[in-house]
Design a protein around this ligand. Sequence first.
Ligand code: BDR
Length: 317
Amino acid sequence: DRKLLLVDVDCGVDDAQALMVALVAPHVEILGITCCHGNSTLENVCRNVLRVLKICNKLQIPVFRGASRPLLGKSLHASCYHGVDGLGDVPDSTAPDLDLLQKEHAVLAMMRIVNEYPGQVSLVATGPLTNLALAVNMDATFPQKIKNLFIMGGNMESRGNITVCGEFNFACDPEAAYVVLNSFDCPTHIATWEFTCRNDLPWDFYHDWISQKTEKAEFMRRITSHSVQYTKSCAEEKEAWAKGFVTCDSYAVAAAIDDKFVTDSISCAVGVELSGTLTRGMMVLDTLGMLERKHKVFVMTKCDTEKLKFLLMEALR
Ligand code: BDR
């Protein structure tokens, strides 16, 4: 059972981890990687994707430049965690040239690719949902052509990480999250911030993982050094952070490539707050069915972390 994936990223450190998991997964074909503003500027995101593909020997996968800012307002970046360049600010004189990017815009590429494989492509989104929202706004039938949608973003208990109640990806472009969650009616699986923190991995695993004697492990060791330090300091100070190693975006990819990865979820409609002064960008679970929306999403609650460890190990082998 071959899985066809389109992966939309704002390539920071955990997007890189998620991509590396997807790149080695058997029975998975990545039809394209689309880039979006988010963890860093769009240019940095594009460069980071090419760096990841280079280290994985997969530069033949097409990479597309997408939205450089949200539907409304200015971009937010997460340099405190990912570094200014999005990959931990470690020098890389061998970074591939941006000339390697496709000339076609990411949103047009997404629309074209799903038309080539109607109903067969699963979309994994690990950044702000701007590219997806633009695709929906340009072609209202776009969501109907998607097989499954996997999102890392939002929250389930109003815990934020960039604002009091805003998870980074949703808070970066709340309107885009709103458009996407109100238009897609394919099976939609969401890995929220709290879910990823609750299913964190032991630091011992992280050390074994990056200590493998491979070029990919060395790359991972370098690009994660900054974010690991940051996570540890946050975990000491802030209740909202996990105590262990969290690779948020990898949970969305793991769910997309392995149907048994998620072991429990809440099925309900969800909303995104657009106008609250404290809550803009917050995802709200409609567990009582009050929003009277037909489309229910799967909000992940439990997963098989042993599987995730295995996938991550394979990714750096
Ligand atoms: C999400 O925000 C980003 O900084 C990470 O890459 C992840 O997608 C976690 O809230």
